[in-house]
Design a protein around this ligand. Structure first.
Ligand code: UN1
Length: 497
């Protein structure tokens, strides 16, 4: 095997090594013999250099006309499209999800880049009448400054695009720290953005651990926005650190998403929906279906059929087109999944299928496990309450529709939910009453599109949305502008009596 490439940080328009002199390895979770790349183990000094560059570049980038910024993004989207296959293969090698899904991830970044390129010619504000004569009122969006971004490994290119593209089109500058499991996808993304013409200092990347780099990325006074996707526990810390200086934080955190199957549902559709929602991306999506609520009259039939189909899912190296589910991203994630399965067993759940690591042959080189279904789950079970982030589906039953809604909402999280039913009245009632930011009717809990707001309520988010035009609200501040052309001193609220 060829020697692994060493990748650098990107600061002020240059690829540079960390002043720490240290690096870390990124290995393929489907075959840990393969080193995907060697990356910089950055420190606070590197982060400071990146923020210096971003703060300086902000002074000129904010003045580049937004349609011109959009042209650069448009070029980047075209280039990403041409490189889609190469980048998707790299992504499968670094985080394990199957090639069809990494193509989807790259596509999501392409879609977001096109979408925000188009915003360069919109970024609409409002004009509105004044209460006074000969006075003109309008609102404009203004960029905020340097944005720190801390991104996860499960959507290695899509999620960085959700954060970087709206930030850039609004005229902000960026310092991003990709997850240690997936820095290569952000390196690839950067190569494209740089070639497309993003000026020096506007985007900067430092690789390394969140533990070491989180504080310097947040604390610096010049950082105005912190955007984070990850666990609720870490998100809460980010929020606390931002609070004293009133920094904006945009937090996308955990989920415990539910699919409800009513007794009148198209069962074939519902079964396919659960399998894709629960085991797609090896269950490692914040939108993954981790709870299934089945009407008690169809429970046994649905669970038996689900188990049969889950057992037939082909698990392996995601670069093989015939494989349907890849490995867990790393040893820690695999251990977490196994620990939750043990807890469920001890708490009296039935392991209907899976629940074990796959071993023998090539499986021994990766973090593979079988799709797992746990039945007999109720509100007291740990697996009902806590996010697992693996291919584990917890199944419970209900008798009445209202009970299903109550159970769906019986979680601190509120990202995504779905109902399968042919009853339009129930579908609409569920759409209204289930407490999530995303809701599906007769479709799985995963698969949000880039031009709709993405995010959740309760402990999943802090009121912001990513993707869509809603993301512009994160990365710009409104300025209300009043232009008085009367030539007189007019007093609002007084002279219009
Ligand atoms: C995530 O899991 O963090 O809606 C993002 C979906 C994908 C994005 C998931 N488009 O499932």
């Amino acid at each position: 095997m060829a020697a692994a490439t060493t990748y650098k940080n990107f600061i002020d328009g240059e690829w540079v090594v960390s002043s720490s002199g240290e690096t870390f390895e990124n290995r393929n979770p489907a075959n840990t013999d393969e080193v995907v790349g060697i990356f910089q183990k950055s420190n606070a000094a590197d982060v400071k250099d990146a923020i210096d560059a971003a703060a300086e570049a902000f002074q000129s980038w904010r003045l580049v006309p937004a349609p011109k910024r959009g042209e650069i993004l448009y070029r980047a989207a075209e280039m990403l499209l041409a490189r889609k296959e190469e980048y998707s293969r790299d992504m499968t090698r670094e985080m394990g999800k199957i090639i069809a899904e990494t193509r989807g991830d790259t596509q999501e970044a392409i879609d977001m880049t096109y979408y925000m390129a188009g915003e360069g010619r919109r970024l609409f504000g409002q004009t509105t009448p004044s209460e006074l004569a000969n006075k003109f009122n309008m609102t404009i969006r203004q960029p905020v400054g340097v944005c720190s971004m801390i991104t996860p490994w499960n959507f290695p290119m899509a999620i960085p695009s959700w954060k970087m593209m709206p930030a850039l089109i609004c005229g902000n500058t960026v310092v991003i720290k990709p997850a240690t499991d997936t820095p290569l996808s952000v390196v690839n993304f950067f190569n494209t953005l740089i070639e497309a013409g993003v000026p020096k200092g506007v985007i900067n990347m430092v690789t390394g651990s969140g533990g070491a780099l989180g504080d310097p990325l947040i604390d610096d006074d010049r950082v105005k926005i912190v955007s984070f996707t990850g666990s609720t526990e870490v998100g809460r810390e980010v929020s606390k650190k931002c609070a004293p200086k009133f920094k904006h934080s945009c937090l996308e955190m955990g989920g415990k998403n539910v699919q409800i199957i009513m007794d009148d549902a198209d069962l074939e559709l519902a079964l396919e929906g659960v399998l894709w929602g629960a085991f797609g991306t090896t269950g490692q999506r914040c939108t993954a279906t981790s709870r299934l609520l089945i009407h008690e009259s169809i429970h046994d039939k649905v669970v038996a059929e689900l188990a049969k189909r889950a057992n037939a899912i082909r698990v392996g190296n995601g670069l093989d087109e015939s494989i349907q589910m890849g490995p867990s991203v790393n040893q820690g994630q695999l251990d977490t999944v196994m620990r939750y399965v043990d807890i469920a067993r001890n708490e009296g759940a039935t392991v209907v299928c899976g629940g074990e690591r796959l071993t023998g042959g090539a499986y021994d080189k990766g973090f593979f496990l079988r799709p797992t279904i746990l039945s007999g789950i109720n509100r007291d079970h740990t697996v009902w309450k806590e996010e697992i982030f693996g291919p584990v589906l917890s199944v419970a039953t209900f008798k009445e529709f209202d009970e299903a809604i109550f159970l769906a909402n019986d979680t601190p999280y509120g990202l995504s939910a779905s109902i399968y039913t042919r009853d339009l009245n129930k579908a609409y009632a569920a759409m209204r009453d289930v407490q999530t930011g995303i809701f599906y009717v007769n479709a799985p809990t995963i698969g949000a599109e880039t031009h709709l707001p993405f995010g959740g309520v309760k402990d999943t988010g802090n009121g912001h949305r990513e993707a869509s035009a809603a993301a512009l609200d994160v990365y710009s501040e409104w300025k209300s502008v009043y232009v008085d052309f009367s030539g007189t001193m007019q007093r609002a609220q007084i002279d219009n009596q």
